[in-house]
Design a protein around this ligand. Structure first.
Ligand SMILES: O=P(O)(O)OC[C@H]1O[C@H](OP(=O)(O)OP(=O)(O)O)[C@H](O)[C@@H]1O
Ligand SMILES: Nc1nc2[nH]cnc2c(=O)[nH]1
Ligand SMILES: [Mg+2]
Length: 183
């Protein structure tokens, strides 16, 4: 794959860099309002949430702390088992803290549902979820998400942290891949 081909691999751009940055600023304002006067810890879920975390965090004009978790969902080579394993835990004790989990996409909801329950068991003051994208048609379980960038159709998207075989995370836009990429 030639680097010059990479933008051509996106057939349908769902969200441009400008749209993404604009929506993140709106979400940051919403979160700032909701957490006025409270301390705030945002927790990014590696690796997909790196871009959202970086841009969302820089949209705030208040103090906040950032921490990271890495998890792996597995079972028979799919995510459907609902078994989640922590690969990297928080460095922060979240007891009594207000926590917002940040991810770039909610698909089946398994990852975020498990993570929310896991963090809630650590007696934080509160735990909410912020996701840039959500696929309502793919959800297999109830996940209460307070902050959503956009609901999208049930198609595989890449870019802005979202990968296909570890590539395309570095694209600034989000879109779907041309069929030739999969062949
Ligand atoms: O709602 P779900 O069906 O659980 O899927 C959503 C999760 O899947 C992706 O992460 P992935 O495990 O692919 O790892 P990555 O972030 O390193 O790409 C995405 O970043 C979410 O964390
Ligand atoms: N890249 C990518 N990863 C996902 N993980 C869950 N849904 C998706 C998706 O649509 N795209
Ligand atoms: Mg992820």
């Amino acid at each position: 794959m030639d680097a010059a081909d990479v933008p051509d691999d996106l057939v349908n751009v769902l969200f441009t860099e400008e749209q993404i940055q604009g929506r993140l600023r709106e979400l940051a304002v919403e979160i700032e309002t909701d957490y006025a006067g409270k301390d705030l810890l945002i927790v990014g879920i590696l690796r997909g949430a790196v871009m959202v975390m970086a841009d969302l965090a820089r949209s705030f004009s208040r103090h906040l702390e950032m921490d990271w978790m890495a998890v792996s969902s597995y079972g028979s080579g799919t995510k459907s088992s609902g078994v989640v394993r922590i690969l990297k835990d928080l460095d922060t004790d979240i007891s009594g803290r207000h926590v917002v989990i940040v991810d770039e996409i909610i698909d089946t909801g398994l990852t975020l549902s498990w993570l929310t329950a896991n963090l809630a068991s650590r007696t934080p003051a509160s735990v909410e979820i912020c996701t840039l994208l959500r696929k309502p048609e793919a959800l297999t379980m109830q996940v209460d998400v307070k902050y959503v960038g956009w609901d999208i159709p049930n198609e595989f998207v890449v870019g802005y942290g979202l990968d296909y075989r570890e590539r395309y995370r570095n694209l600034r836009d989000i879109g779907t891949l041309a069929p030739h990429v999969y062949s």
